[in-house]
Design a binder for this molecule. Structure first.
Ligand code: B12
Ligand code: SF4
Length: 478
């Protein structure tokens, strides 16, 4: 065993972002807990700590990390884009104390674009982050469980899948190997039990304007990793999920076992499935339904697409225990939807909200502005949709209304990156906030018939109709 201690940190969002309109800190997170669980299974005596900067102040985490780190410590940092700069600070503190520092997470796993020979056209973040930041010894893409275990074992770094490292001044990227999800041990969330009061406080604050809503917080789990829609007809233009090539699924019986334990431990919470398109694979959905143990009553929250919403499906979802859904409606204009490679149509979207109201399912509706070809008419169509939602009797819903951000890994990011040389420089590649905000403005100038102020006013107008305001865009997020 090469290390005596594993310190896993999800640093707080950087102070430049206004996160008061985001869901940050309302979810018991699975990612670092899953790495901690897998590591403990291999090394029962290793000291393992998890810090969640979504609920613990950054300064406190920095002090604790400085105190804990030494030459026998492996520090694993989780980068979620909004915390990119704080990751560097934690990395620096750990490095100064002699620790080995690895960085991973959703942002580090962003998709790249490669040519036929496998050469980067749009580089991997995992490569950039090592090239530009000495504080990290390794970067790790996608599922981090086995790479962290291999590092602690002291395995040959050239043979650790998903790991990137430096050799003779060059960054080397080992091949990816994605585990079968049933080979990853069920997540033990007790590593973050110390934060349960904080998750509850943030959750209550976010939902304070929703009547008769008494849940404690969301506890995230995954039935599947990836998006069925993306595997069938490609990802939506603005989407940055790393898993678009292959959908991985867990055995439904194992999931129901986890959900039963979760209910027993946490009580009145929402079990939040992070799979992006829960209903996409119909066969899997049937198997999931069939495996439900009789009498087990867990409140589930899922992601689904509007074109999958039918009376029959909603009845089945109700029977399963689903009483909250997130639906990425995005636009009520047919051209905008088509230009973003969305599958659903405006009719699907209107139909979806009516049915969700009828079946009394609490809905989190995503609406975006700033599509390629956005006009005053399409903006109006979207605002009319938002207003129509607010006039559906007894509809329990809230809105996430934003201007499209070109997230690294998305198709729209790649287009801007290739078109404008400045985005290919370190100044942009190593500062995602600057990159995204500049790209956001540039894109609107190039691709929309309305300007950014017009779109920001539309976001502000749209949010007036939502009892819970969720948004990340230039004015509200800076
Ligand atoms: C749940 C979720 C959230 C939760 C986060 C809860 C939490 N504390 O983790 C909430 C709702 C708060 C949230 C907020 C946001 N999110 Co979000 N979110 C997701 C979602 C749906 C699932 C992520 C997840 O839990 N995956 C499952 C767990 C097991 O994986 P994981 O946490 O990533 O951890 C694994 C690996 O990443 C890796 N890993 C993670 N950390 C580390 C560290 C080390 C050292 C190693 C080795 C490995 C490693 O190993 C882990 C175990 O396998 C994804 C979409 C998706 N389905 O993937 C979007 C997604 C990650 N979110 C995204 C975005 C943009 C945001 C927001 C900016 C949105 C907003 N407008 O507010 C904010 C930013 C929050 C922040 N603090 O920075 C984007 C990220 C794009 C990018 N390239 O970075 C995604 C991909 C959505 C999308 N369609 O584009 N989000
Ligand atoms: S936005 Fe949603 S539906 Fe579209 S590719 Fe991404 S995860 Fe799939």
């Amino acid at each position: 065993m090469k290390f005596k201690r594993l310190v896993l940190v999800s640093p707080s969002p950087d102070k430049e972002w206004d996160i008061s309109y985001t869901s940050t800190g309302t979810v018991v997170p699975p990612g670092l807990c899953s790495i901690a669980t897998a590591t403990r299974e291999s090394f029962p005596d290793l000291e393992i700590t998890v810090y969640d900067g979504d609920v613990e102040p950054e300064e406190d985490i920095e002090k604790k990390v400085a105190k804990q780190c030494d030459f026998e410590t492996l520090v694993g940092i989780s980068c979620k884009m909004l915390n990119h700069e704080n990751c560097k600070v934690i990395g620096k503190i750990a490095k100064q104390k002699g620790a080995t520092v690895a960085i991973g997470g959703q942002y580090v796993s962003s998709r790249a674009l490669t040519d036929k020979e496998g050469k980067d056209i749009v580089p991997f973040v995992a490569r950039d982050i090592l090239e530009f930041n000495d504080v990290y010894d390794y970067s790790i893409q996608r599922d981090g469980e086995s790479a962290v275990v291999d590092l602690i074992k002291g395995n040959d770094i050239e043979k650790i899948p998903n790991l990137c490292y430096r050799k003779n001044g060059e960054v080397v990227m080992n091949p990816l190997k994605l585990p079968c999800l049933d080979d990853i041990p069920p997540t033990d969330r007790s590593f973050v039990d110390k934060y349960l009061t904080e998750y509850s406080q943030k959750f209550k604050e976010q939902f304070k304007n929703v009547k008769n809503y008494e849940r404690k917080y969301k506890v995230a789990f995954y039935s599947q990793k990836g998006c069925y829609k993306a595997t069938q007809c490609g990802p939506c233009a603005f989407c940055a999920i790393p898993d678009v090539d292959k959908l991985r699924q867990r055995d439904p019986e194992r999931i129901w076992k986890e959900l039963g334990e979760l209910k027993e431990k946490y009580g009145n919470v929402v079990a939040y499935d992070i799979c992006d398109d829960f209903l996409g694979d119909k066969e899997y959905f049937e198997a999931f339904k069939k495996a439900k143990p009789p009498g087990l009553d867990v409140a589930l929250r899922i992601y689904m697409t509007a074109d999958d919403i039918t009376e029959e499906r909603l009845k089945q979802l109700k029977e399963l225990g689903v009483d909250e859904v997130t639906v990425g409606v995005e636009s009520a204009d047919a051209d905008c939807l088509r230009n973003a490679s969305k599958r659903a149509t405006p009719t699907d979207n209107y139909n979806a909200v009516k049915l969700l109201a009828k079946y009394d399912i609490f809905a989190d509706i995503g609406v975006l502005f700033g599509f390629t070809g956005e006009t005053k008419e399409s903006v109006k169509a979207n605002l009319d949709f938002i207003k129509a939602c607010s006039s559906i009797p007894n509809f329990r819903y809230y809105m996430c209304v934003s201007i499209i951000i070109p997230h690294r890994g998305s198709t729209i990011f790649n287009k801007l990156y290739l078109k404008h040389k400045k985005y290919q420089t370190k100044e942009y590649r190593n500062y995602p906030r600057k990159c995204m905000l500049d790209m956001l403005e540039e894109r609107i100038k190039e691709e929309c018939d309305v300007d950014i102020d017009y779109l920001e006013n539309a976001v502000t107008e749209g949010l007036k109709y939502s009892p819970v305001k969720v948004c990340l865009s230039r004015s509200l997020g800076s």
